[in-house]
Design a protein around this ligand. Structure first.
Ligand code: NAP
Ligand code: HSE
Length: 428
C-alpha cells in the first residue's frame, strides 16, 4: 500500500467511494496502491453501510488533514465550513485534495486554488459537477485545445426530475415537488436545487474551465423553476418546445465577452438537451474546431459520484508515482484573472411571454406596436384562449436585447387593457 487517503465524510459519496476502493478488482490496478487510512465523521455511533477498522474512523477531522502520513485528503463532507478551512489546512500541510463540494469551490475556489498553486499540490473536483459524468478532466485536457464558445447544461437532477414529471403528467410544480421529497429525490429544504443555486455553483465551475478565467459567483444570473407553471409547459409543448432548467456559459465577440446564467428555458424539441429527462444530467460543449460534444449520465448518487471521486484519486496516485517538482499543468487550475461578464440587460436572447388581457379590439395591435417601438422583433403573437374573462396572449420574440424587451414590458404593464404578465421565459 503506497498512497494513504484521509477521507472527510462517510455519507452518500464517502460510503460509495469506500465501497468502490474496497472492491478494486477488475478496476485500474493503480487503485490497489490506495489505503483508506483515516475517515472522518460527525458521529461514531451511526450505523454504516461499510465496515472499517475502529482505528480508521474518527471525529477529529483536523487531525486527518495535518497527519504527516496522509497523502491525499478526500473532502466529501459538503457544506461551506468547516469544509473550506479543512481543505485549506490540508493544502498548507502539503496534501493533494479531491473534493465533490461545488458550493465550496464556486465560492472559495480563488482562495483554494491560489493556496494549492503556492503549495505545489493539486485540487481535483471531477465529482463537483455532473456526478458520475466525466466533464472536468475533459474540459481541462481533451477539449482544451478547442476554442470553447458555449457550454449548456442540465446540471441539476432534482429540477430536471420535477420538470420532466410536470411535462409528462401535466402536474403543478408544488405537487411534484412534494412527491419528489417523499421519494427522496428532492431534499427537505429544496432551495438550493429549485432556486437554481446548485446549478449556478456548477456552471461557475464549468465556465471557469471552459473560458480560462475565474468567475465570481455573484456574477452568475440565477432564476429557479418555482414560477414555471403547467400552463406554460402546455403552451411550450404546442409551440414545439420543452422547458428545462439550463445553465449556460457563452463566449461572445462583444465586450464584455462572457455571459453566464441559469434559468428555465424553452428548448426546441429537436435540440439534443430536450430529450434529457428525469434525474439525469447532460452537458453540451460547443467549440472550434470540435463542433458539438455532449456528455450525458447520472448527475448524482453514491456509485456515479464515487466513480468521479475515485478517478481523481487515480490521477493523483499516478502523479505521486511519477512525482517531479514541476506540477502537471493539465491537472492544475492556474487561472489568475476574472472573466468579464455581460450584464443581463445586454444579453441577446429570444423570449416567450404570456399576457392576460381584456378581450377587446386593438390589444394585440398595441402590444405589437410597443414591441416594435423598442426594437423587439416578434416571431409569433397569438391569442391562445381564455382564463375566465381574460384573454391569454402568447408572444415569442426573435433574438432581442434583454434590456429593450424589459423596457417594452414596463410600458405594456401600464396599458389599460393589460391585466397581468404571468410568465416570462427565455427561449434557446
Ligand atoms: P452526506 O450524505 O450528508 O454526508 C456527509 C458526511 O460528512 C457524513 O458522513 C457526515 O458525518 C460528515 N460530516 C458533515 N459535516 C461534518 C462535520 N462538521 N464534522 C464531521 N463530519 C461531518 O453528503 P453527501 O451527499 O455524501 O455529499 C457530500 C458532498 O458531495 C457534498 O459537497 C455534495 O454537494 C457533493 N455531491 C453529492 C452528490 C450526491 O449524489 N449525494 C453528488 C455530487 C456531489 P455523519 O455521517 O457522522 O453525519
Ligand atoms: N442536488 C443535486 C442535484 C445533486 O439535484 O442534481 C448533487 O449535485
Amino acid at each position: 500500500m503506497g498512497v494513504k487517503l484521509g477521507i472527510l465524510g462517510l455519507g452518500t459519496v464517502g460510503t460509495g467511494t469506500v465501497q468502490l476502493l474496497q472492491n478494486s478488482g477488475f478496476r485500474h490496478p493503480l487503485l490497489q496502491e490506495v489505503e483508506i487510512y483515516r475517515v472522518g465523521v460527525r458521529s461514531l455511533d451511526k450505523p454504516r453501510a461499510v465496515t472499517l477498522p475502529q482505528t480508521v474512523v474518527t471525529t477529529d477531522l483536523e487531525a486527518i488533514v495535518i497527519d504527516p502520513k496522509v497523502d491525499i485528503v478526500v473532502e466529501v463532507m459538503g457544506g461551506l465550513e468547516p469544509a473550506r478551512s479543512l481543505i485549506l489546512k490540508a493544502i498548507q500541510n502539503g496534501k493533494h485534495v479531491v473534493t465533490a463540494n461545488k458550493a465550496a469551490i464556486s465560492r472559495f475556489g480563488d482562495e483554494i486554488f491560489s493556496a494549492a498553486n503556492e503549495a505545489g499540490v493539486y485540487v481535483m473536483l471531477e465529482a463537483a459537477v455532473g456526478g458520475g459524468i466525466p466533464v472536468i478532466q475533459p474540459l481541462k485536457q481533451s477539449l482544451s485545445v478547442n476554442r470553447i464558445h458555449t457550454i449548456t447544461g442540465i446540471i441539476n437532477g432534482t429540477t430536471n426530475y420535477i420538470l420532466s414529471r410536470m411535462q409528462t403528467e401535466g402536474s403543478n410544480f408544488s405537487d411534484v415537488l412534494a412527491d419528489a421529497q417523499e421519494l427522496g429525490y428532492a431534499e427537505a429544504d429544496p432551495t438550493a436545487d429549485v432556486d437554481g443555486l446548485d446549478a449556478a455553483d456548477k456552471i461557475a465551475i464549468l465556465a471557469s474551465l471552459a473560458f480560462g478565467g475565474r468567475i465570481k459567483l455573484e456574477d452568475v444570473y440565477c432564476e429557479g423553476i418555482r414560477q414555471v407553471s403547467k400552463t406554460d409547459i402546455a403552451y411550450a409543448e404546442k409551440l414545439g418546445f420543452v422547458i428545462k432548467l439550463l445553465a449556460i456559459g457563452k463566449r461572445m465577440t462583444s465586450s464584455p465577452p462572457i455571459s453566464i446564467r441559469v434559468h428555465p428555458t424553452l428548448v426546441p424539441k429537436a435540440h439534443p438537451l430536450a430529450s434529457i429527462n428525469g434525474v439525469n444530467n447532460a452537458i453540451l460543449v460547443e467549440g472550434e474546431p470540435i463542433g458539438q460534444v455532449m456528455f450525458f449520465g447520472p448527475g448524482a448518487g453514491a456509485g456515479p459520484t464515487a466513480s468521479a471521486v475515485s478517478s481523481d484519486i487515480l490521477n493523483l496516485v499516478a502523479a505521486l508515482q511519477t512525482s517531479t517538482s514541476v506540477p502537471n499543468p493539465l491537472l492544475t487550475c492556474a487561472h489568475q484573472d476574472y472573466c468579464q461578464i455581460v450584464p443581463m440587460a445586454e444579453l441577446i436572447t429570444r423570449f416567450y411571454t404570456r399576457f392576460l388581457t381584456k378581450d377587446q379590439p386593438g390589444v394585440i395591435g398595441k402590444l405589437g406596436t410597443c414591441f416594435g417601438n423598442h426594437g423587439v422583433s416578434l416571431e409569433s403573437i397569438v391569442q391562445t384562449g381564455f382564463q375566465g374573462e381574460l384573454a391569454e396572449i402568447v408572444v415569442v420574440t426573435h433574438d432581442v436585447r434583454e434590456g429593450d424587451f424589459r423596457q417594452a414590458l414596463t410600458e405594456i404593464r401600464t396599458f389599460a387593457g393589460v391585466d397581468s404578465i404571468p410568465s416570462l421565459l427565455r427561449v434557446l
